[in-house]
Write a protein that binds this ligand. Sequence first.
Ligand SMILES: NC(=O)c1ccc[n+]([C@@H]2O[C@H](COP(=O)([O-])OP(=O)(O)OC[C@H]3O[C@@H](n4cnc5c(N)ncnc54)[C@H](OP(=O)(O)O)[C@@H]3O)[C@@H](O)[C@H]2O)c1
Length: 270
Amino acid sequence: MLKDFFYFYHPMKDFTKKYGPWALVAGASEGLGEAFAVEAARRGLNVLIAARRLDKLQDLAASLEGRFGVEVKYRQADLADPAQIRALFLHQELTFGLVIYNAAYAPIGWFTDLAPENLEKIVAVNAQGPLLVAKLASDRMKELKKGGIVLMSSLAGTQGSPKIATYAATKAFNMILAEGLWKELKPLGIDVLASCAGAILTPGYGNTKHQKPAPGSMTPQQVASFTLDRLGRGPVVVPGTTNKLARLLMGRLLPRRLAIALMHQQTKNL
Ligand SMILES: NC(=O)c1ccc[n+]([C@@H]2O[C@H](COP(=O)([O-])OP(=O)(O)OC[C@H]3O[C@@H](n4cnc5c(N)ncnc54)[C@H](OP(=O)(O)O)[C@@H]3O)[C@@H](O)[C@H]2O)c1
């Protein structure tokens, strides 16, 4: 009886109906993007996975088809290039009920040391990319009167973050964009959600100089599953209790200067 009650309210029950038939995961060759592709397939969606490394996409596509019996397509794309993003939406005219923009470029370095081209690429991959994906996806979802859009944000985007300042600014962009679109697109049947994650144990995180995983670190699978469970209950989800507390502290309770100084303590040795 109790089991039936929870099944009735289970977030996965209507997932395929609401967000099918196809999901696009942009930046899906490893780490969190791969976990999002797994979660979408596990929930019964066909998936188009995109990233630059074709060999990884091929392996993931074969694995997803074998494990979940859904249709999986892959496409090599550099998401810094708007033309290659547009091409994804023309890809065999797939109907995307769900789009997840996961890719990010996050070079670590003092602002004065980073080349202008590097800074431009951060903005292209992390801000221009999700903006264009959200626009192209929502134009089509508007006609279908349903859909879901997930943008990746970060606790780094809660306050200024020295040594990753531009990356952090793009993560704030994703959160604010998602909040605005959440309200604007809701009446059209489209759910928008920003996932404001803390440390995720991805290959990208492993490339940083962290001595040990940060408190509250989560696996890609945990973040992907938690995020998709909250789709429709936006505008922002913060996976993990420690991370929720950190966001409350850094974003609301502490004076801004102190929050930036605390972040600096964390990021200066990266
Ligand atoms: N890791 C963390 O601790 C953490 C914390 C908070 C938020 N986040 C957010 O979570 C997301 C995933 O984080 P992550 O950096 O750890 O990465 P990840 O999920 O391990 O991998 C990044 C994915 O994006 C793809 N990608 C990167 N640049 C691309 C480009 N120009 N064109 C196409 N695909 C591209 C990569 O594939 P290819 O290299 O094959 O192209 C890879 O599949 C990001 O949005 C990040 O801001 C991460």
